[in-house]
Design a protein around this ligand. Structure first.
Ligand code: SF4
Length: 312
């Protein structure tokens, strides 16, 4: 029988209770959408299922997630990241394509490696790839609004038939040449306002402009919740790797909404004076942050605030 993230023996989650203010609004709120997104959860579940079925070693094409605690745990189970099939030491192992997806050209190389391949590309990334390919087949150029170094974007570019370009926002879009037909798509984790501002700019550079919002629903939900809650908080604590692009982007988003924002990787980095002073705290996390790391931060926040109430 397989093992899922829900059944995998992560460290015990910390149950937290909140102090309630007079109007019954909790003074500390943990985001409902915080932590692993469904695509990443699904990919981790797949590799844990393979490991539990004895199908090791498992080689993922690139790290499944930018979180050291998780990659260390996976490495202990013979689940490691490589860049290409040639780097697999044991060819009887399994190759796993991660949630970000890869280019069709690289997919063909992986499939012809002779090794067993499991494709864990997130279905929502696949959807973006399909939209790009459909319009590219009709002769459209593609403008991807995103981070050109990100693995998902590199994969998406592979579907543009060589007629794709990546821009980070409207300023870069302003420098684009003129297109006869262009399809504007988004990295799945893009900020929605940046996407639409960029699409507006691209429209000025094309006779025909198709706008395909490929931001995934989990990202939209996360952004909506963040905007609603961060606006009402005195302090936002963003939990996640300092090298995680989506966590850093989330922290930036919050900086424009709340008076104070702290980006921490673990509970040890919390600034006690800030935590004590804030009336309302909103805790959120990037898509690569495990639940138990979020729970520990929330627990430490509660302890710091309890200490304050007890006069420490
Ligand atoms: S498309 Fe959305 S759900 Fe899928 S991996 Fe990307 S962020 Fe996660």
């Amino acid at each position: 029988m397989g093992i899922s993230l829900a059944t995998y023996p992560w460290p015990e989650p910390v149950i937290i209770s909140y102090n309630m203010s007079m109007n019954q609004r909790p003074d500390v709120i943990v985001a409902k959408c915080a932590g692993f997104c469904p695509g990443v959860k699904r990919a981790i579940d797949r590799v844990l299922e393979l490991e539990s079925a004895g199908k090791t070693p498992v080689y993922t094409i690139g790290p499944l997630i930018h979180n050291k605690q998780v990659t260390d745990m996976l490495a202990a189970k013979q689940i490691t990241a490589i860049d290409c099939p040639a780097q697999a030491v044991d060819k009887s192992g399994i190759l796993v394509i991660r949630a970000h997806g890869i280019t069709p050209q690289f997919q063909a190389e992986v499939q012809s490696s002779g090794m067993e391949v499991v494709d864990a590309t997130c279905p929502l990334v696949k959807h973006a790839q399909n939209i790009i390919e459909k319009f590219a087949n009709e002769g459209y150029h593609t403008v991807i609004v995103g981070d050109g170094d990100h693995a998902e974007v590199i994969g998406l570019l592979g579907y543009t038939h060589g007629k794709g370009v990546v821009v980070s926002g409207p300023e870069e879009a302003a420098k684009l040449p003129h297109f006869d037909k262009v399809n504007v798509v988004s990295q799945t984790t893009q900020k929605e306002s940046v996407f639409y501002e960029t699409a507006k700019e691209v429209k000025k550079h094309a006779d025909v402009c198709q706008v395909s919002n490929t931001i995934c629903q989990p990202t939209k939900d996360r952004q909506k919740e963040t905007i609603e809650q961060a606006r009402n908080a005195d302090l936002v604590i963003v939990v996640g790797g300092k090298h995680s692009a989506n966590t850093t982007r989330l922290a930036l988003l919050c900086k424009g909404l709340a008076p104070a924002v702290q980006h921490v990787e673990t509970e040890t980095e919390l600034e006690a004076p800030l935590v004590k002073q804030a009336r309302y705290i909103f805790i959120t996390a990037g898509a690569s942050t495990p639940d138990w790391v979020i729970a520990r931060v929330a627990q430490r926040v509660r302890e710091i605030r309890k200490g304050e109430k007890n006069g420490h």
